[in-house]
Design a binder for this molecule. Sequence first.
Ligand SMILES: [Zn+2]
Length: 518
Amino acid sequence: MNMRYIKYVAIIVAITLLLQINFKDIAAQTPPVTLTKPTTAEKAPNVDGFIQRWFILEPIAANGLTQSAVQELVKNEPFPNQFAVIPRDGDKVNVGGAELRWHAVDTLNYNVNLFHFARAQGKKTSDVLFWAVTIINSPREIRDVRLSIGSNAASVWWLNGQEVIGIYGDRQAVIDDGVSKRLTLKKGANVIRAAIVNGGGATDFCARLLDANDQPIRNITVSLGEVKAVPADDDTNLPAKSISTAISPVKLSPDWTEPFEPFKIAGNLYYVGSRGLANYLITTPKGHILINSDLEENVPLIRASVEKLGFKFTDIKILVISHGHWDHDAGSDTIKKLTGAKYMVMDADVSVVESGGKTDFQYGTDPTTFYTPTKVDRVLHDGDKIKLGGTSLVAHLTPGHTKGCTTWTMKVREAGKTYNAVIIGSPNVNPGYRLVNNTAYPQIAEDYEKTFRVLKALSCDIFLGAHGNYFGLEAKYARLKKEGFSVFIDPEGYKKYVADKEQEFRNELAKQKAALPK
Ligand SMILES: [Zn+2]
């Protein structure tokens, strides 16, 4: 190597060092060239399995890179709920009097450049602690998975609340520098959380998941909130097909988002739902009523179904739901925005809907079930009627499954006759529901009792419900062309369904009572 070349290299090195020193603690805001704002709901890992979407909290002042110093920092809970929070972009937390914000970021690289991140916010990049959170949606349970990370500098990592990696000291971000023991990735949402502590200079991290053969896992998606939970109710009757084909990276319960041919049930009542989630359109000369909004990603399907039947989506004037669970109400905010419809919800579910699921008695602590909070325009009470263009829809409170679970009834005119249609809200006792000593819902068992009293008292000709599997949608639809709308006239099927569900409830109640300490 000649002297001139060495000199040249020396100058480059000197300039690089100078730039680094200059940037190190400058509060000037510089665009984070390697980071962008997420614009899609979900993102697959890159070709090498690196996770490129994260929530990052603006840096917290911190000192020390040794194991004891870092562990003390992270166990100190600088902000409340640090091990449980699933933030939203722009959420603020208070740390020692300073207000710090969470930012959703996509990185263009395999790694996340925290130096770029902090500098873009005009924040310190030295002697700081960064929190990072992301959600991995897995299409199925995957065993013998390892979380594999690199970080500059020290970092601690958690998967689903369990601490799985800690690497300490001043170090560069090297791919697969820290690798967890074999873990199980749950079907559905998995939360990865990290704390990265930087002393000075550059700071970044990279993370990926490796399978049992140490190959990068790529058939997962990464999302930030708004994630679908593993079906928590009504999924026991899913056709086996749906379960075995549940390998799509985006769909956890494929039949929920699987298109279904829209059709007229009878009179002005139409089916516009997916294979797994039921939606009903009630048309009138003054505009339409839509029952249920489903998952966010169902909204385009519902719209397509409405239009295929020859109606205008924007003519939907009123939106109602079966009950305040994400699979029936997560798309409500979007539908309101697209149509300007008035959102009408039973009193006891209003808080759940308006909090985006956060006040639900059972799932309020499970961020994977949250969705966009949606303003309710009219609060309904048991027995209230919704009237539009000559049609009247009655809201019957059938509580237990949720506090404001609603069964809808209406009269349908078809071929000169009038029929009573009943759309059941849900009589299901979900896995994990406590029917006795439930402090979040003390009267739950009495509420289910009320529900079965109400359902048994209703006069039902046309039997429908919040999910197609309540009333045998697929089998009845298959007969529709040949036999006509009378396939939906099924008072006996309704009675049997209600009786079966009541028995299930009584069995579960007896089981839970028997398990109580004497
Ligand atoms: Zn439900």
